[in-house]
Design a protein around this ligand. Structure first.
Ligand SMILES: *[C@@H]1O[C@H](CO)[C@@H](O)[C@H](O)[C@H]1NC(C)=O
Ligand SMILES: *[C@@H]1O[C@H](CO)[C@@H](O)[C@H](O)[C@H]1NC(C)=O
Ligand SMILES: *[C@@H]1O[C@H](CO)[C@@H](O)[C@H](O)[C@H]1NC(C)=O
Ligand SMILES: *[C@@H]1O[C@H](CO)[C@@H](O)[C@H](O)[C@H]1NC(C)=O
Ligand SMILES: *[C@@H]1O[C@H](CO)[C@@H](O)[C@H](O)[C@H]1NC(C)=O
Length: 606
């Protein structure tokens, strides 16, 4: 490895392999970089094999991120003269590039452990370094001890530590290194509480009943849509009947993780049932880090099929892509030598940021409890989402399925306990929904639409991200109207509030392994909303305008007028009824569900 050692005061420290016998200078002494309390719900299980491979990801600081953020807000604010002037990949990379001194310092440190440039993978902006190392080396590099940890409820395992150190002279040059303190349990937001059920005959008969019902927005909807949601139901309910996308250069993406495979044959069955004009069309599959898409019907994933069938069914014939990302933490320690990865969405983020043409609307139905993702990591992932927004990509995320609580547990046993060692009772916001640079989608059901109250429509207030200016007015108004002392101490009054919007999210008729199921979750609402964003991008592109990009500044300033306000329902969790849906924005359904006819006019007026 070669260095350009032109930096003043650059005194290399000697570490690792070359450390033996050398006396470290004061700067080179290790100090704790990050430390967390023993995570709630996990116990220390055993020692990992010293050869267990870890894929370390090292984040170098992005000293100009504030500048990127300024550009992002300018090009996303409909009232700014630069609205729609999205940045190129190269412009974004320049704005997140680390300082050369950080690069040099980290290179020097890695080379002292014998790593050469060819051992490292770097992101295009050089702000992330990835390298695979055995646990025994990671322990030396980070002056720590890894353990195998067991998640008590699920029996899942992770190799992690609760604290790691770095030479003090590197603290300013490294934001974070993972996997170390990350105890996330990345999960699909397909409701795990009411599992998918095959459609009963009685329902099929009920759905054959003819008739229509009036939705709140005045449109007519097939009566069957109150029991079963299909593409036609969503087109009717959201006022997009007869719209045919035709612009060139438009695209939509669905992310898939955790070995959820999207099945082509099921898609055809779905299209035959709900979108006959899309029959014989298919989607592109992009494998990220070796992700598979096994086409055996036994392997068809409920989540992947739900997401692809509805997002692509709604937006046909806009160019569809399914990203299948490998990686499945937690892992099974018995499978010696298996690799232990980070949250796979950062693997995807790395990939998509390197991609010259990411899809213009992308939906993700996976997330974590915010508190299980270390703050430093959540911040960097969120900064990655900002970069995509600056490039003109709209990112939709499920708001989570646990109401104000932990979507992973049964409401009866929901704990809602803080992970900071203090065991405080509190609401548990979801990440990435809590990142201000993504658009979080909550869930409604039935006609007239109400929030899905019994178990999901995740919503609330971030404990990590402060409230962005674009939502301050409406969120303050919501908080002001709350009875005094409501849920005092359970949530962060100053946090980024979510969701931003909502869409139907229950009773979706999905084909999985050749059979029809009814599936619900904010997993259903996010791809649905993304489908409509893709249609709106079509309207924009056809008029010679750029894509919508980062949606929130538009939604909070103008777009809300094109959404159906949901005013009934609440998001139970943590032994409470949660927040209420109300007139205007609320932390259950945001501003509400799309009215395509109105939104289409609005996006043309920008
Ligand atoms: C739809 O179903 C819900 C729940 O069963 C019910 O409350 C509502 O009245 C139904 N809507 C119509 C228009 O019948
Ligand atoms: C799909 O392909 C079949 C068989 O080639 C053909 O009969 C049918 O018309 C096609 N449908 C559409 C909508 O293209
Ligand atoms: C796909 O899944 C089937 C059924 O589980 C399995 O038998 C087959 O080996 C898998 N194929 C690949 C290429 O992994
Ligand atoms: C928090 O809960 C765990 C068990 O889940 C217990 O071991 C620990 O002692 C508790 N800590 C405090 C400060 O109460
Ligand atoms: C929700 O509405 C109910 C009924 O009006 C009310 O009793 C309750 O206090 C409200 N809860 C919140 C959190 O606003």
């Amino acid at each position: 490895m070669r260095f350009s050692v032109g930096i003043v005061s650059f005194i290399p420290c000697l570490f690792g392999l070359t450390f033996v016998g050398a006396v470290p200078t004061k700067d080179c002494a290790y100090a704790v970089k990050e430390s967390i309390a023993e995570p709630h719900g996990w116990t220390k299980d055993s020692q990992p094999s010293p050869n267990h491979k870890i894929e370390l990801k090292i984040a170098l600081p992005q000293p100009n991120f504030a500048e990127l953020e300024r550009h992002l807000y300018e090009v996303s604010n409909p009232d700014h003269e630069r609205y729609g002037e999205h940045l190129s990949k190269e412009e974004v990379e320049e704005l997140v590039a680390p300082h050369p001194e950080s690069l040099n310092m980290v290179n020097e440190w890695l080379s002292s452990f014998g790593f050469k440039d060819e051992d490292l993978a770097r992101s295009p902006a050089k702000d992330w370094i990835t390298l695979k190392v055995p646990v025994s080396i990671a322990e030396k590099m980070l002056d720590t001890k890894y353990h195998v940890w067991k998640h008590v409820e699920s029996g899942d395992y992770l190799v992690r530590t609760t604290s790691y150190s770095l030479p003090t002279n590197l603290h300013a040059h490294i934001d974070l290194i993972q996997p170390t303190t990350m105890f996330g349990r990345f999960k699909s937001e397909k409701s795990s509480i009411f599992s998918a059920v095959p459609i009963p005959d009685s329902l099929v008969q009920a759905n054959n009943a003819i008739g229509t019902i009036e939705a709140a927005s005045g449109v007519s909807v097939d009566a069957s849509c109150n029991q079963t949601i299909t593409i036609t139901c969503l087109q009717e309910l959201y006022n997009a009947v007869g719209f045919k996308p035709s612009a060139k250069g438009n695209s939509i993406g669905i992310t898939g993780y955790l070995e959820e495979f999207a099945n082509f044959q099921d898609l055809q069955t779905f299209y035959a049932d709900q979108r006959p004009d899309a029959l014989n069309s298919t989607f592109n599959v992009i494998s990220v880090a070796g992700g598979l898409n096994n086409q055996s019907l036994d392997e068809a994933g409920g989540e992947a099929n739900l997401d692809t069938q509805f997002a692509f069914g709604l937006s046909h014939p806009i160019s569809p892509t399914f990203f299948t990302t490998a990686g499945r933490p937690p892992f099974i320690p018995e499978e010696g030598g298996s690799e232990d990865t980070n949250e796979p969405y950062t693997v995807w983020l790395d990939f998509i940021l390197s991609h010259p043409n990411p899809p213009l609307a992308i939906s993700t139905s996976y997330g974590d409890d915010e508190q299980t993702v270390p703050f430093s990591f959540a911040q960097r992932a969120c900064a990655g989402f900002a970069q995509l927004g600056a490039r003109g990509v709209s990112l939709l995320f499920s708001s989570g399925d646990g109401g104000v609580g932990d979507g992973d547990s049964n409401p009866a046993t929901q704990t809602c306990i803080s992970n900071d060692g203090k065991n405080t009772t509190k609401f548990l916001p979801a990440f990435p929904a809590s990142c201000p640079f993504v658009t979080a989608v909550g869930a409604t059901t039935h006609i007239p639409e109400v929030a899905v109250s019994r178990f999901f429509s995740g919503g609330g207030f971030s404990n990590y991200f402060t409230r962005p200016a674009f939502q301050d007015k409406v969120v303050s108004a919501y908080l002001k109207a709350l009875p005094k002392g409501t849920f005092a101490g359970l949530f962060n009054l100053n946090g980024r509030a979510y969701p931003d919007v909502a869409a139907q999210g229950d009773l979706f008729k999905v084909f999985v392994g050749g059979e029809a199921f009814l599936i619900g979750g904010t997993s259903a609402s996010s791809p649905t909303f993304a489908g409509f964003v893709a249609l709106l991008n079509d309207v924009r592109l056809k008029a010679g305008r750029p894509s919508l990009g980062f949606l929130n500044p538009f939604i909070y300033s103008k777009g809300f007028a094109g959404l159906n306000d949901i005013t009934v329902g609440h998001n139970s969790g943590c032994g409470t009824l949660g927040f209420n849906a109300t007139k205007g924005w609320d932390p259950v359904t945001g501003f509400g569900t799309p009215n395509f006819g109105k939104l289409r006019e609005l996006v043309l007026s920008l």
